[in-house]
Structures are given as C-alpha cells and as structure tokens.
Write a new protein. Structure first.
Length: 919
DNA sequence: TTTGGCTGCCC
DNA sequence: ATTCTGC
DNA sequence: GCAGAATGGGCAGCCAAA
C-alpha cells in the first residue's frame, strides 16, 4: 500500500508529495486558502479558486498545478484528481492514483452544503486520510437551518432590546457563511475590517452577498456586527456598552463553550464535518484503511477500529486529546505576503533558521510603526513549526531563557567583547574603537564579525543549546571561549542577534508587549488571553505554542503561579492626584452615586521590596516584582507564613524593620542577593536585618480569586485575616480632598516613609497594569545646583550625542569640583543636542566616548535621597538623580557646596527639603 | 589571601 | 527606579 | 495612554588577577 508518514504534514515518500505541510516543501498539495504555508513551497497542486485566492494576496511566481474539480490529471508525474471539500470556497480534496491503488486526502472538509463553498464530492478510495477535528460523538451539529434560525432570532432579540448583536467567526470562510445566512432576514450586517477585506475578495471572484456595511464605531445601533474571534474583548468591542456576543463555531455544541470563550451565546455553525458525517464519510469512501488527522484523531480512529475499520491517528498532536483541533489553529489565519523578503535567507548560508530569525528582527527594526512591527512578527511566527515557535518567540523578548526560568547566563559586555575579539582575530584597539563607535553591543558584533567568520547554518534548536551551554560553563573565561567558538561559525548578522539576546536587549522597538500582540494576531486569539497566559506561565514561548493550538483557555489563575503586580502611576502633587478622581466623578462612572464626593484610599508608600506571598497549608512561596521566586531570601517570613490560617495570595512590601530603630532600604539591600544554603543563613540574616511584611492587598482567599472585586472589598477580607507577628497590614486612610492627601503625605514623610499611595477603592486588581486606579506621590528630597564636569556618548539612538553627564559640587575646603553623580534623564532630545554641541566645543580632554568638559553648564538636579558612597569623589551619591533644569542663569561659582550635600545626607532619614534648608 | 571587575537584580 | 518620545 | 528606550545607585556572589 502507499506509504504514509507524518512529520508536520502528511508525507507520501514514494510520491515525494506533501499534503498540507506546515513548512516549505519542494512539492505539496494545498487544500484550501486558509493555509499560510503556501508561499515557500516550490511547486504546488491547488484548485482553481484556491489558486486565485492565493494569487490575490500572494503575488509572485511559483510552480502551480491548477486543477479543475472532478477531472483526472497529471501533475509532476503524479496521477491526481481534485474534489470539492465543502469546507470553504475553493477547498479541495486530493485523490491520488498510484498504480491500481487510490488514496483520498480530505483536507478540511464538511458534507453539509454550505452557502459559500462548493458542495463536497467523494470517490471510493483504498486509503482515506481524513480530517477529524470533531471526532467525538458529542459533536453532533443540529440541522443548519435550525442553527441559522436561532442565530437570526438572537440578532433580532438583541436589536429589539436596544443592544448590538456581535457574531464571531473567522474572517475567511466562516464570516461569509454567516453573511449568507443572514440574507433575507432583514438585518444589516456590519463587517469588521478583516472580515470586510475577505468578503471583498470573495466578491472579486464572483460571489455575491446581501447588503452589508463596513464597521463604523458611530453607527453600530441596529446592525449585526460580524467580527473575527480575536475581536472578542478587544477595545473595539469594549467600546460598545450594550451588546450581546455570540461565537459561531462547531465548538458551540459544547455547553461550556460560552464560558470558555467568554461570550453570551454560541451557535454551532461549522465548516467541518461533525461526528456523524465523519462516520458517514468513511462509509461512502469504503476505504481499506483510514488515517485520521487533527482534533480527536486518536479517539475517532479508535472508534473506527471498534467498527472493524483499520484506522490510525497520524499526527503526534492528536495523542494529546486536545479540545481544539490543531488544523484550525495553524491554518486559520490569512498571511500577508508583503515584506517577507527578510525571510529569504542569505544565499551565502542557506537554511539557517537563526539567520531567518535575525532577518525578521532587522525588518522589524527598520519600521517605526508599531502595528507594522506586530504584523511582521505575526507573519513570521505563524509560519514556524511547533519546535521553532517557542524558541523564536522567546528570543523576540530579548531573553535566552523564559522569565520563569531562574537560570542566568552571567554573560555581559566583558565576556562578549572577549569572545568577539577572539572570534574575529582583530586587535584590541580596533575592537575598542568599533565597540566605542557604536555604543551598541549588537552593532559592534556585526561590524567586528563581518567577513571574519566562516558561517555555517545555525538552527534555532542549536541556538538554544548554545545558551544552555553558556549557562553551564563555569567562569567568564569558559563562557567567552564557548561563545567565541560559536561566533566564529556564524554570519555577522547571526552573531549580532546572539549578542543582542545575550545583552537582553534587541533594540528593535519591540518587546514583550508587542510580542504578545503578535502572538494574538498570528493565531487569531484574544490579546487579553495571551497576556494572561504569558503571566501565568512566565514563558512567552509556551504561550505562543498554546496560542497556536488555541489552548490558552486552559490556563487558570492559581496558587503558586505568580500574578503580575498592579503598578501605580507617578504624579508630582496632591492636586494632580485629586484631579484624576474629581475629574472622573463629574463624568460620573467611577464613584458610586450615593457619595457626593469621591473617596480615595491612602496608604504610606514603604521603601522595601514588592513581594507576593502565596500560602497553602503545604507550601509557601514569595515572588518578587518580576515574578522571580525569592522565598529563599526571606526564610523567616516564609516560616511565619505557615501560621496563617487561610490559603492566600497577599501583595505587599517587605521592609527592613525593627521596633525603635529606623531601618532603610539600604539596610534591606544587604540581605537581598544573599545565597540561601543552609539554616545558618536563617539565623544570621534574621539577626542582621530584621524584616516585616507589610500587607496591602489580598488577591486570593481559600480557592477564590479576588482580583475582580473592588479594593474596598479586598481590604475588608484582608482585615479579617489573622497575621503572624512579622506581618502587618498597611493602614488605609480614606480621603476626600487634595488637602487631605497633601497632609497625609507630609505625615507619611514624617513617619520616614517614601511617600503616599493613592488608590481608587472601587478598582479591581489589574495585574501588570499601571493604570489610572493607583497613583504614587513621591516628592524629591531636594535639588542641588551642580556643574557638569564630564560627558559621555550614549547608547542606541543616543549613540551620537553626549547624553550622559557627570556632575560635581564644590568642596569649599580645597576649592575642587568633586563629582557627586550622573544623569541624563530629564532633558529633552533638543536640549541634549544643544548640550552635545556645547560640550564638543568645550572639551578639556577627549578619551573617546568619554570626555571631561569645561565646567560651565549648571544643572539643577533632583533626587530622592543622598548617602555616603565611594562611587564618586565627593564621597556622596544620589538616589534617583534626574535633571530638573539647565540653569542658564547660574555659573560655576554659584553651584552648591559639598558641605550642604553632606548636611542633607546626615539628616535622619533624609527628610524633605522643607525640613532642611528651610526653603 | 585579598581585591577589583563583572553580572544580575533590587530600588 | 525616572523621564522622554512616538504611535 | 501605552510601550519602548535609555538612563541612575548599590548590594551580593563569583571569578580571576594581583
């Protein structure tokens, strides 16, 4: 019999024919236009409509065997016939004649006749390879007319109730089927942009639809909105206050689908065969053996075997008993072919996956438009095979390992430079000239390596291996050696991207946030779902993998999976804070109507480490702000948490704390990076720097998430907890005016705390969001007038400007100018440009990227605290220094004196300026 | 054995 | 941490 | 308003040079 294999697509090795392969192949049959895997194939067999659909958005030459339906033809030496598959417009099955044997491959198919696809046909075949997305008996779709009637009724009822019906269905195929179904119902469909585009393409090919309009946010009333599933929970839909959302999908026969998709209703209108039709199809084709693909392939094959038909599941994914078919995922989205030139590898090193990755990075770097970046990345990710997808996705966040992976490489600039030098054989001065000239490790790597290496193909899997080996190697020398060995056999572009990942900074104007958006776009899933999954997994690669299989919904918030912190937006004054609340009150939706004045919750802002503690009866973990597990750093707190009565996730701040003695962040820091191996640390650390856990939020209580109840309620639950002695609840003070906020801020400062947190009592806990519900008020301690004594070129886009200034105060005793800190932040690009010019003309000594300058530019520098330090010659250093202003009115004779800075430093707790100089 | 440089992680 | 900038 | 880029001080741990 015809040999059939599976390796990310069905392969017939004797015929050297691939059926819907995921990756570029020499010769392949492409069943329908959902596929985005077409472009790279060298030679394809397709139906005419599919070819035309492809041609319309994938111009360019490739060898195509365009075959009519129902006629036996020869293509590439093979004897084949295409039959309509009924899935979407143009979808085809492939019947292969090999000697006196036949094989029928269905692709995605359905038996019921749809309104926008050719009805399916069939022939007897010896081997049947069939798509079995809905291969469980419970997937039995009701009669189509019945479903359509229900759907129309849903739309009518929704409109009659003054709400907007929203129907979710894939842009290509399903949406047009919906559109046809609404024909004659007296409803006006309004199409989401992507649906609109697809529909227009259908029309170009002669399909006609009922009257519809394009999405217009101001005119949704009375219309039926048709959107792709990804639009659910999107901003576009959020804006429509009164709506009812329905998912149009075969999965809707499952009653839980409504909850899983987060919609109001579901209608099982499917482009796939249901269980009954799958069985019927096997009866029609009368095969001697069956191979099943996608969805419940293993289950369906088992059922067939029970009926006496020889049947086996083909793809490995099927063994996992998914609820969602892989085929739906991988092939659903429609590709954009433009801008893919980058994916064409350099011909010098063909087949290098890593080069393809790097080239995509280059194209993304080249466009400033965010949406374009997202699109480019989505196109790349969508094409990747399941093994490559998680790796490349991770790299686009600039990480060699997942965020939840605690491994660190210990490879920095020094190691990279050493490896670059050895790999390229250039001399030290030349290396430093190049490194200096760019101020960007990646660019320097490119220039250093260009033409100096003997590139070999580098797969993504090998790249992962490289990072793992770099981790394992002990010591900078060993790491540099390892890196050198690899760099010497990479192209310059690949070397550049290896270095970019090592430095943790791709600098292509795209980071985790946009990578999440790209995942959502690539696999047509909701952005919110991607973000939540990424947070819970702590692994964007895995997130992408799950998204590609539409399995994100399986992830749930749970104990010991850290939640991203809710963050606060900084504001400079109490008035500015109050405006945010008072301002929204007038529009009237944030604060309950019964209150005449808005209430805000005030808490002291503690200067410690943000921490999230998860506690069950069996286990306790503490996570840092970046979701790193830091339980080992605070053993006594973890130990005490056992005495809590409940299962909780609490959010708070770990501070250095001892009764009667003010401890600072500085004290706390001494405990921070400590290695925890053994009980001795327990006693020693605790004795050194005693701790307290100040709790200000409760996110989980006895099996239930509290994220989506108001802060007010969460606080109420929190106050009911019995806390161990080293835990304390942050005091909340309600306030009703800017004056009260200011007064409480001053009190917080007197309590030696950093400042004030101002929170909306009605707000939910929004993980990872720095929204308009939490604010922080933190004023500068004081400002110093200082003079710039040295300037440096910056990095990245500040490569060619002197953006980084070292500044000094005057030591009265000796008359010297003593450096006290550095800063760039606070100046606009224009000011930096101006100062660059000035310092270039007033350079005292030029050391390349660093130069001392004539001390004549006076800056007003703000900071939050000042303390003794060996970092600068003044013996003092500033915390959070930033430039307040260029004091053009001052000269070097009127800058602040060292003595004054010392006084500030010596004040207890660095009280605010008003307590110091009396200003 | 001490010290300085490097790295990562807190703010 | 802080701040600015482009989308 | 958000995401990204570019920048600050200071600690502990680790390795390699002194």
């Amino acid at each position: 019999m015809i040999e059939v294999r599976y390796d990310r697509g069905v392969h017939l090795p004797r015929q050297d024919l691939w059926l819907d392969p995921w990756e570029a192949k020499r010769f392949a049959f492409v069943s329908h236009a959902h596929g985005d895997h077409i472009a790279p194939h060298e030679e394809i067999v397709v139906s005419e409509p599919t070819a035309r659909l492809m041609q319309s958005r994938l111009p360019g030459a490739r060898a195509e065997h365009v075959l009519p339906f129902g006629e036996r033809r020869t293509a590439h030496g093979l004897d084949v016939m295409l039959l309509p598959a009924g899935h979407i417009f143009g979808s085809a099955q492939c019947l292969l004649f090999a000697g006196d044997e036949t094989l029928l491959y269905t692709g995605d198919f359905k038996l019921r006749s749809g309104k926008s696809a050719e009805p399916a046909q069939w022939r007897q075949a010896d081997t049947l390879i069939m798509e079995t997305t809905f291969g469980l008996p419970r997937y039995r779709f009701p009669p189509t007319e019945e479903v359509i009637d229900q759907m129309v009724a849903f739309c009518r009822e929704t409109i009659d109730a003054g709400e907007v019906p929203v129907l979710l269905g894939y842009s290509l195929g399903k949406a047009q089927e919906i559109l046809c179904s609404l024909d004659g119902a007296g409803l006006t469909p309004m199409l989401h942009g992507s649906v609109y585009q697809m529909t227009r393409i259908y029309e170009q090919f002669g399909q006609s639809f009922c009257k519809y309009v394009r999405y217009n946010p101001n005119d949704v009333a009375g219309k039926v909105l048709i959107c792709p599933p990804s639009a659910n929970c999107s901003q576009m839909l959020e804006r429509i206050a009164r709506k009812r959302v329905a998912m149009i999908s075969g999965w809707a026969v499952d009653p839980s689908a409504v909850y899983r998709y987060g919609v109001d209703a579901g209608f099982p209108l499917s482009d796939h065969a249901d269980y009954h039709d799958l069985i019927r199809y096997v009866e029609l084709v009368q095969p001697q053996r069956v191979f099943t693909l996608h969805g419940f392939a293993a289950e369906f094959a088992r059922d067939l075997r029970a009926w006496g038909v020889e049947a086996w599941a083909l793809s490995e994914e099927n063994q996992m008993e998914l609820h969602f078919g892989g085929s739906d995922v991988v092939r659903r989205s429609v590709p954009k072919a433009f801008g893919n030139a980058a994916r064409r590898p350099d011909h010098s090193t063909p087949q290098s996956e890593f080069l393809a990755f790097a080239n995509v990075g280059e194209v993304i770097a080249a466009t400033p438009a965010k949406l374009e970046k997202i699109r480019l990345l989505a196109d790349y990710l969508r094409d990747l095979a399941s093994e490559q997808l998680p790796i490349a996705t991770l790299y686009f966040t600039g990480r060699p390992f997942a965020q939840s992976d605690s491994r660190t490489l210990q490879v920095g600039w020094a190691v990279i430079l050493r490896a670059l030098q050895a790999a390229s054989n250039i001399n030290d001065t030349e290396l430093h000239r190049i490194a200096g000239a760019h101020g960007d490790a990646g660019k320097a790597a490119f220039e250093v390596l260009d033409g100096q290496t003997a590139p070999q193909p580098f797969s993504l899997r090998e790249s992962r291996k490289l990072f793992e080996n770099l981790y394992r190697a002990r010591g900078p020398s060993a790491k540099a050696k390892l890196l050198q060995n690899r760099l010497s056999i990479l192209s310059a572009r690949e070397g550049q991207y290896v270095v970019k990942i090592l430095t943790g900074d791709l600098r292509i104007g795209l980071r985790e946030g946009l990578v999440e958006e790209a995942i959502a776009k690539a696999f047509d899933v909701a952005l919110e779902q991607v973000k939540e999954a990424n947070m819970l997994l702590g692994d964007i690669g895995q997130t992408a993998a799950l998204a590609s299989r539409h399995e994100l919904h399986r992830l749930e918030l749970s104990l010991f999976r850290p939640i991203k912190c809710m963050l606060a937006t900084p504001l400079p004054t109490a008035e500015a804070v109050w405006e945010r609340f008072a301002g929204t009150t007038e529009q009237g939706d944030r604060v309950p109507a019964l209150q005449t004045r808005p209430t805000v919750f005030l808490e002291d802002k503690f200067d410690g480490i943000r921490a999230q503690l998860h506690r069950s009866a069996q286990r306790i973990e503490i996570f840092s702000r970046d979701l790193r597990r830091i339980t080992g750093q605070f053993p006594e707190l973890a130990d005490q948490a056992r005495h809590l009565q409940e299962e909780v996730i609490i959010d708070g701040e770990i501070i250095a704390f001892e009764k009667g003695r003010k401890l600072t962040f500085f004290d706390l820091q001494k405990r921070l990076g400590r290695k925890s191996d053994g009980e001795d640390l327990f006693a020693r650390a605790a004795a050194d720097v005693p701790l307290a856990f100040v709790v200000f939020d409760l996110l989980w209580l006895n099996g239930e998430s509290l994220l989506r109840i108001p802060l007010r309620e969460r606080r109420r639950h929190l106050s009911g907890l019995q806390l161990p002695s080293q835990f304390q609840i942050a005091r909340v003070i309600p306030a009703y005016s800017a004056a009260e906020i200011e007064q409480t801020f001053q009190q917080a400062r007197r309590r030696l705390n950093e400042g004030l947190m101002i929170k909306d009592p009605e707000s939910f806990y929004l993980p990872g969001s720095r929204g308009m519900f939490w604010f922080k008020l933190k004023k500068e301690l004081a400002t110093l007038d200082v003079v710039v004594v040295a300037a440096e070129f910056g990095h990245g886009k500040r490569n060619n400007v002197l953006s980084d200034y070292t500044f000094a105060v005057r030591d009265e005793a000796t008359g010297e100018l003593l450096p006290i800190g550095k800063a760039y932040s606070g100046l606009t690009d224009a000011e930096i440009a101006e100062l660059t010019e000035h310092f270039k003309q007033n350079t005292v000594a030029n050391y390349g990227r660093y130069r001392t300058v004539k001390p004549d530019v006076v800056l007003e520098v703000a900071f939050n605290s000042i303390q003794a330090s060996a970092r600068h010659a003044s013996g003092l250093a500033l915390r959070f220094p930033r430039i307040k202003a260029i004091r053009r009115d001052k000269n070097v004779d009127s800058i602040d004196k060292l003595q004054y800075a010392r006084e500030l430093a010596s004040q207890r707790g660095n009280l605010p300026a008003s307590f110091g100089r009396g200003a």
